[in-house]
Design a protein around this ligand. Structure first.
Ligand SMILES: Cc1ncc(COP(=O)(O)O)c(C=O)c1O
Length: 313
């Protein structure tokens, strides 16, 4: 089956979905996007879209920041997305990328007096970081953008230049990922992930005021830690040196899942191996996203039930 896109209000083969070279968002980073995972459950022959509603709620907020008019309700966005994935017929993990953007063919930096458009594409995405063996990180020489510059609470395309600078610097220095500090020198997040440390019997993660993207995986892990392991999460600023002294550390993100951090700036975290709490959270999380834990099934949208329902009606 050819990959499909939802573009200009209709489903079409991805190869036919094209934009003009004068598109405003291409020149000025004036777009807002999401990354949603579809997780394949081989035993059930089912693909589950994880917390899709929350992703679209966050996208709607980002669109408000950029004065982009999103012409669909959250329910409509969820239903279009499910149909797109179903049409594409994937039987493996997928990554869905909705993107709302300033579509005018116009030169001139601004947010007002421009047209908006929206598309969704679906693709496969191999493991982003090594969830089994963990990752080695450096503290980036780049600082995380501040809310006074570009609001990091929105998944705004222009912001990702900041992430790309940090990621490439880290990779070129031989690390897997970068950890960005904010303007005050507090830990903010990875280039595309939130960060947690385990200190004694608590989880600690930076608050929204430290310029993080409020991650949906972050929220998932906070809830799983509390409900399933009895571990509370404290949201507070973290100093760089606290990272070095943490018992465990890990990243969370739709692309990165729960990825153990084994080393920061060449210093081993804890005993330098995947931590016990990290491992437990990771196992819980993987079961939940694949629709294997009935308690959290409300977070999972099955793609292929729709096919069955359609055939029956
Ligand atoms: C900068 C940044 N921080 C954190 C995250 C994690 O957010 P989520 O768990 O919603 O994917 C992402 C990924 O979307 C990101 O790009």
């Amino acid at each position: 089956m050819p990959p499909y896109a939802f573009f200009q209000k209709q489903f079409m083969p991805l190869a036919e979905a094209k934009i003009g070279i004068l598109t405003h968002a291409l020149h000025y980073g004036t777009a807002c996007f999401e990354g949603i995972r579809g997780n394949w459950n081989a035993e059930q022959g089912q693909l589950y879209l994880f917390r899709m509603k929350e992703h679209y709620e966050r996208m709607r907020q980002g669109c408000r920041l950029l004065k982009i008019d999103l012409p669909y309700s959250i329910e409509e966005l969820c239903s279009i997305t499910t149909e797109l994935v179903e049409k594409s017929g994937y039987r493996e993990d997928v990554y869905i990328r909705p993107l709302a953007y300033k579509s005018s063919q116009a030169v001139g930096v601004r947010l007002h007096d421009l047209e908006d458009d929206f598309f969704i594409i679906v693709t496969t995405l191999p493991a982003y970081l090594d969830t089994d063996n963990g990752v080695r990180c450096c503290t980036s020489s780049w600082r995380r953008v501040d809310d006074t510059m570009i609001p990091p609470r929105g998944k705004i395309t222009g912001i990702y230049v900041n992430s790309a600078l940090a990621k490439t610097e880290a990779n070129e220095l031989g690390f897997d990922e970068a950890i960005l500090l904010n303007q005050d020198g507090h830990v903010s997040e990875g280039s595309g992930e939130n960060i947690f440390i385990v200190s004694g019997n608590t989880l600690v993660t930076p608050p929204s005021s430290d310029n993080i993207l409020l991650g949906i995986t972050r929220d998932t892990v906070i809830q799983l830690a509390r409900n399933e392991l009895g571990i509370e999460t404290v949201e507070r600023s973290i100093d760089r040196s606290e990272l070095y002294l943490a018992d465990e550390a890990f990243f969370t993100g739709t692309a990165a899942h729960v990825s153990p951090i084994l080393e920061i700036d060449h210093r081993p975290i804890g005993n330098g191996k995947v931590g016990k709490v990290t491992k437990k959270l990771q196992q819980l999380y993987f079961d939940v996203i694949r629709g294997k834990n009935p308690k959290y099934f409300h977070w999972c949208t099955p793609v292929y039930t729709k096919v069955v329902e359609k055939k029956l009606s």
